[in-house]
Design a protein around this ligand. Structure first.
Ligand code: NDP
Length: 450
C-alpha cells in the first residue's frame, strides 16, 4: 500500500527526483504507523501531506551592473500550515527548480514539527546565482524578488529565512524592501541582523545544533567528541559553525570544501584557520582552494566529475558532518566512511545522503542523525527569533544557546523514543519521520478536510 501511495506521488509529480526521494524515505518510515493507526489512512493524510497547500511561481526581472536586463524564476512552496505559519528558507542557486524546493519544503514540515515550536513548513528561492555578482546586483535582485514575494508572506502567514546563497546580506536587502512596501516593522524574515530584530546565535544555530545532536547520540554509547577526528563538507554558514562547535568540544576537523573541491589538513583546522575560512568565504567571497596558499601543508583536491565517489569521505576518521548540499554522500561514499572507521554521522545539510547510503549506515548500526532532526537547530532558533520579535525583546547569547541545546536534546529524545515505540530502536531516520509526522497529522485531522 505504501508503495502504491509513493507511485502515485511520482506519477503526479514527474521529473522531480529529489522530491520523490524525500517522500519515499518518509513514507517507508510511516508504514508501521499506518498499520497501528488506520485513522491516518481514513483521512488520506499521506496523500494530503505530499501535496503543497500552495505553490507560488513568479518572474524576477532586474538590471545588472552593465545595464542589461536579467530574468530569473522566483518560487515559494507553502507546503503545510497545520501547526503554524509556513516557515523555511530561501535558496539562491542556479540548480534551484520546483522539485528541489518541494523536497526541501516537504522535509521542513517534519523538521519544524520536531522542534516543538509552532511552525508549519515552506521553502522558496530562485535560480539566481549570487556568485560573482556585485553587492549592488545582489541588492537589486533581492529587492525585485521581494517586490513580488512580499504579498504572500507575513509574520503570521509565512516567515522565510536563509539557505544556500542567502545569508545576512540577502536577508537585509529583502527585509528592507518588505518594510518599505508594507510600511511595517515586523518579524517577517528570520536570520536578520542584530541591529534590526535578529537573534543572537541564529547564524551559529544550524552548525551548533548539528553538533549538539551528535553529542546526544554519542552519549548513548558513553562517548564524547573529545579527541575525535571529524570530516566536514562545505565552507558556508552551516559548515563554519559546525567546525567551530567541534573545536570547542575538543574534536579535530580535517576537511572543508566548496563546489570546486576540498582541502584536507592533517594538522586540523584550528580556531585561527577557521577565522581565515570565515573571512575568505563571508567577506572576500573567495574559493576554498586559497586555504592552501595560506596553509601550504594542507592538500587541495579539485572535484573530478569522472569519479563515482567523493574523496573527501575517504579519510580515516570517527565522525562525518556533511554540511554542503543534497546527495553529497552516495552508497560508495557511505561504505568508504564505514571502512575508514566513521561511527557517527550528523547531517547539517538537507538530505545529503542518498537512500542507498542511508541503508548502509542503518545496516552497520552506526550513530546516524538525519538532517531533518540533526539540522533542526537553525529553524528552531528562527522560531526563537520570531518569539523575540513578537515580544519586542532580545534574549542574551547564553539564553538562546541554552534554549537551542534544550531543543536539540528534546528532538533527539523524541526521535529515539519514537524509534523504540515503533520497533526500530536506534533508527533515528524512522524515529524523526514518525515523531515529526504524528503532531502534524493529528492537527490536520482536528482541522477538518482542507
Ligand atoms: P551556504 O551557501 O552558506 O554554504 C553552502 C556550502 O555548500 C558552500 O561551501 C557551497 O560551495 C557548498 N555547495 C553548495 N552547493 C554545492 C554543490 N552542488 N556541490 C558541492 N558543494 C556545494 O549554505 P548553508 O551553509 O546555509 O547550507 C548548507 C546546507 O545546510 C544546505 O543543504 C542547506 O539546505 C542546509 N541547511 C541550512 C540551514 C541554515 O540555517 N542555513 C538550516 C538547515 C539546513 P560554493 O560556495 O562553491 O557554492
Amino acid at each position: 500500500m505504501i508503495d502504491q501511495l509513493y507511485q502515485n506521488v511520482v506519477a503526479k509529480n514527474p521529473n522531480e527526483p529529489e522530491f520523490h526521494q524525500a517522500v519515499k524515505e518518509v513514507f517507508n518510515s510511516l508504514a508501521v504507523v499506518l498499520e497501528k493507526r488506520p485513522i491516518y489512512r481514513k483521512f488520506k493524510i499521506l496523500e494530503r501531506i505530499a501535496e503543497p497547500e500552495r505553490v507560488i511561481l513568479f518572474r524576477v526581472t532586474w538590471m545588472d551592473d552593465r545595464g542589461d536586463i536579467q530574468v530569473n524564476k522566483g518560487y515559494r512552496i507553502q507546503m503545510n500550515s497545520a501547526i503554524g505559519p509556513y516557515k523555511g528558507g530561501l535558496r539562491f542557486h542556479p540548480s534551484v527548480n520546483l522539485g528541489i524546493l518541494k523536497f526541501l519544503a516537504f522535509e521542513q514540515v517534519f523538521k519544524n514539527s520536531l522542534t516543538t515550536l509552532p511552525m508549519g513548513g515552506g521553502k522558496g528561492g530562485s535560480d539566481f546565482d549570487p556568485k560573482g555578482k556585485s553587492d549592488d546586483e545582489v541588492m537589486r535582485f533581492c529587492q525585485n524578488f521581494f517586490m513580488e514575494l512580499f504579498r504572500h508572506v507575513g509574520p503570521d502567514t509565512d516567515v522565510p529565512a536563509g539557505d544556500i546563497g542567502v545569508g545576512g546580506r540577502e536577508i537585509g536587502f529583502m527585509y528592507g524592501m518588505y518594510k518599505k512596501l508594507r510600511n511595517e516593522f515586523t518579524g517577517v524574515l528570520t536570520g536578520k541582523g542584530l541591529t534590526y530584530g535578529g537573534s543572537l546565535i541564529r547564524p551559529e544555530a544550524t552548525g551548533y545544533g548539528q553538533i549538539y545532536f551528535a553529542q546526544e547520540m554519542l552519549k548513548t554509547r558513553g562517548k564524547s567528541l573529545q579527541g575525535l577526528k571529524c570530516l566536514v563538507s562545505g565552507s558556508g554558514n552551516v559548515s563554519q559553525y559546525c567546525t567551530e562547535k567541534v573545536l570547542q568540544l575538543g574534536g579535530k576537523v580535517l576537511t572543508a570544501s566548496d563546489s570546486n573541491g576540498y582541502i584536507y589538513d592533517e594538522e586540523g583546522i584550528d580556531a585561527e584557520k577557521l577565522a581565515f575560512i570565515m573571512d575568505l568565504k563571508n567577506v572576500k567571497r573567495g574559493r576554498i582552494k586559497e586555504y592552501t596558499d595560506k596553509y601550504p601543508k594542507a592538500v587541495y583536491t579539485p572535484v573530478d566529475p569522472k569519479l563515482d565517489y567523493n574523496p573527501l569521505w575517504n579519510h580515516k576518521a570517527d565522525c562525518a558532518f556533511p554540511s554542503a548540499t543534497q546527495n553529497e554522500i552516495n552508497a560508495k561514499d557511505a561504505q568508504n566512511l564505514i571502512n575508514n572507521g566513521v561511527f557517527c554521522v550528523s547531517e547539517g545539510a538537507n538530505m545529503p545522503t542518498t537512500i542507498d547510503g542511508v541503508d548502509i549506515f542503518l545496516d552497520h548500526k552506526i550513530l546516524y542523525g538525519p538532517g531533518k532532526a540533526a539540522n533542526a537547530g537553525g529553524v528552531a532558533t528562527s522560531g526563537l527569533e520570531m518569539s523575540q520579535n513578537s515580544l519586542r525583546l532580545s534574549w542574551s547569547r547564553e539564553e538562546v544557546d541554552q534554549r537551542l541545546q534544550g531543543i536539540m536534546k528534546s528532538i533527539h529524545k523524541a526521535a529515539l523514543e519514537a524509534s523504540q515505540a515503533f520497533g526500530m530502536p536506534g533508527n533515528y531516520v524512522a524515529g524523526a519521520n514518525i515523531a515529526g509526522f504524528l503532531k502534524v497529522a493529528d492537527a490536520m485531522i482536528a482541522q477538518g478536510v482542507l
